[in-house]
Design a protein around this ligand. Structure first.
Ligand SMILES: [Zn+2]
Length: 456
């Protein structure tokens, strides 16, 4: 960095740390900490050099300097799938042997329904997300009493966290028309622009939204603006049984609500997997260039993998949620690494706090943490650290239809945020030459050093 060039910048900031890492690589030096020089006015990283190479002109008392020589710098992380409006239900134990339906009943019974309660839950979820070093979320704005809610969107728009708020809806069987009208009205009523909050649409899942409900979402997404779509897909054995054989607890659930009808009966029970069932919708999204994200994808055959790759579908994998529901015992190990090898972007999500460990809700130390999802996969699968950081940053940006530059640290880039993770207690399992492996082996939570909006 030429000190003369610094004169042109109004707000230089120097961060001294043990190392810096993004999904493309790391900056470290055996004999010196590194110094990241940032122009806060533009948000641009100007240089990363060994701190010992900083020219004396930059070591001035009027240039703010943050010293974190115990820590590794990372870009802010992206949680591509969460349900912040469920935060106040808190973590709950679950016995997978009981199946999915008792759990769904609990959520329907306990989810907040008043505006004040929903906003409070989302705000608490935002705080816990920030505590986990999350700078952007794909949040599902739940539909209490089957009515799409824009309140999470409004709450996120007022917060320092960047977001896509996916308006969730149900539209199936005898409730098809009612569901389509409800989501059309919700979208029309939520046009307030925000620089860092966007709207998306979330047809809930193939067992609660008919194919024509998905097509309706595609038509809404295309006009007047191309907004991203998201859905739960290929998540549970109950979903597979319903789609392939038109029976099981999901059918009984729809019957109990008076939603089952002949049109729906003709659409399911054709022996297809959930991804095969939804393939025409995924193909339409590809043709009209609507970003489409499929969340979970626990139940994926070879031909399902072909469909996801062919349709350019983005995937969000929620590792701890998958394990909480014992998905691997039904479908085998999640195929996220094969997906990545096929060029399918796979981002990380936490799903709701309900499926996280009890400590996630601790008022002092709790967090809704993508770093903990990375650590879980690193421990469980020994997944390459760089792959995990790409899932938590670049692929997260892809899932939210954001810029990859939002999560790079290289000179010239403009990260949304810079966080630090204390690595002063190295674990024997970490790789001495890889600062990211120190981060994954540590247990410390991230701290915030800088955000582009400077409001966190
Ligand atoms: Zn979900």
């Amino acid at each position: 960095m030429n000190p003369d060039a610094l004169q042109a910048h109004a707000q230089p900031l120097i961060i001294i740390a043990r190392a810096a890492v993004d999904a493309r690589g790391h900056w470290s030096c055996r004999t010196s900490p590194v110094a990241l020089l940032l122009d806060q006015a533009s948000g641009k990283v100007l240089s990363i050099t060994p701190a010992s190479d900083l020219p004396p002109e930059l070591c001035r008392s009027d240039i703010p300097t943050i010293e974190r020589t115990d820590a590794v710098l990372l870009p802010g992380l992206i949680n591509a799938h969460t349900h912040l409006d469920l935060t106040d239900i808190g973590p709950r134990p679950h016995d997978p042997a009981l199946g999915f339906m008792p759990w769904i009943d609990m959520v329907r019974r306990e989810r907040p329904e008043t505006d004040a309660a929903i906003a409070a839950a989302v705000r608490r979820g935002i705080s816990l997300s920030l505590a986990g070093g999350t700078v952007a979320v794909g949040d599902i704005a739940g539909a209490p009493r089957a009515t799409p809610s824009t309140l999470p969107y409004q709450t996120l728009a007022e917060s320092p966290i960047a977001s896509v708020s996916y308006l969730e809806f149900f539209a199936i069987g005898n409730g098809l028309q009612r569901g389509k009208e409800a989501i059309t009205a919700a979208l029309a009523s939520s046009s307030s622009p925000s620089p860092h909050a966007r709207l998306g649409l979330q047809p809930h899942a193939p067992n609660t939204v008919a194919l024509t409900g998905y097509e309706h979402a595609l038509s809404l997404a295309a006009s007047p603006r191309n907004i991203p779509l998201c859905t739960h897909l290929a998540e549970s054995p109950e979903e597979r049984e319903f789609i392939a054989r038109a029976r099981g607890p999901q059918r009984e659930f729809l019957e109990s609500l008076g939603l089952w009808n002949d049109t729906l009966a003709a659409e399911v029970g054709r022996g297809l997997s959930p991804i095969e069932h939804l393939a025409p919708v995924l193909e339409s999204a590809r043709r009209q260039r609507t970003p489409f994200t499929a969340v979970h994808c626990n139940d994926v055959s070879d031909s399902d993998l072909d469909i996801l790759a062919r349709c350019g579908t983005r995937v969000v994998y929620c590792p701890r949620a998958s394990d909480y529901f014992a998905a691997p015992s039904h479908f085998g190990p999640h195929r996220y690494r094969e997906m990545l090898a096929r060029g399918i972007p796979v981002a990380l999500g936490t799903d709701s706090i309900i499926n996280l460990p009890a400590h996630a809700a601790d008022p002092q130390t709790g967090s809704i943490s993508i770093l903990d999802e990375m650590r879980h996969l690193h421990r469980r699968d020994a997944t390459e650290p760089a792959t995990l950081l790409a899932m938590a940053t670049l692929h997260g940006a892809s899932a939210l239809d954001a810029s990859p530059a939002d999560c790079r640290l290289s000179p010239g880039s403009m990260p949304l945020a810079i966080i630090a993770v204390d690595v002063s207690r190295p674990q024997s399992s970490s790789n001495a030459d890889d600062p990211l492996s120190w981060v994954l082996s540590a247990e410390s939570s991230p701290t915030w050093l800088w955000t582009r909006k400077n409001t966190v």
